[in-house]
Design a protein. Sequence first.
Length: 245
Amino acid sequence: MNREQIIALLASLGIKLGEEGGLTEDDAVKLVEESVKAANLGLVQKRDELLANEVKLKEKIAALETGTAESAKKVAELEDQVKKANPEAHKTYYEGLAKELETKHAAEISVVEAERDKFRDSHYARVRDDAINSALKDVQFVEGLRDGFISLAMTRNQFKANEIDGKTVFTNQDNKTIEAVLHELKLSNEGKAYIKNQNQGGGTPGPQSGAGASTAGQSITREQFTAMSPTAQMEHLTKGGKVTD
């Protein structure tokens, strides 16, 4: 919020500035800016902390990958020495040494790769969850259906991690981000069935249906829909079924 916006806001609230109000424009603007800054300080610190952790994870992954490359280089050098060795005794010695170091480095590489994968998976899981939570932060789901909504999106898309402009971003087979996919699902009739106050419609409730019965094209109650498995919920919605409260 800039200076002009702050002054306009104070004026709309009936707050008088200058000699008449006893508070100058400069003082009023400074007071509002400091209040906003104080209110957002916790969010800024949390953002900086997450960014710092992401940088550390990427540095750790890079270091582990460097270690793997160095180990492979040593094995290649020993193999080259074996090829150049003429005396049979030296050849046998180098072959034995190369085999020993190859086994040792293979074990070391396995450990390094496992540690690298562990950090990478942790990093990817956090980025993916942050993307989901960000996309759904303002959505009010029907109780118990948030996980089903997310599962519906995930089972239909093959999301993969990509590095774009130095950041990890998950995109699907159509190059759409998690946020874009979830936004589209929120706006669809199918997605609205999971969200509060967006699934009322015409029609009368159809016959009572159990969790395992086919409900294609029918209208069922919220209680019936909640009792269904995620697969049955998906089938019901994709085949034109409705959910009523």
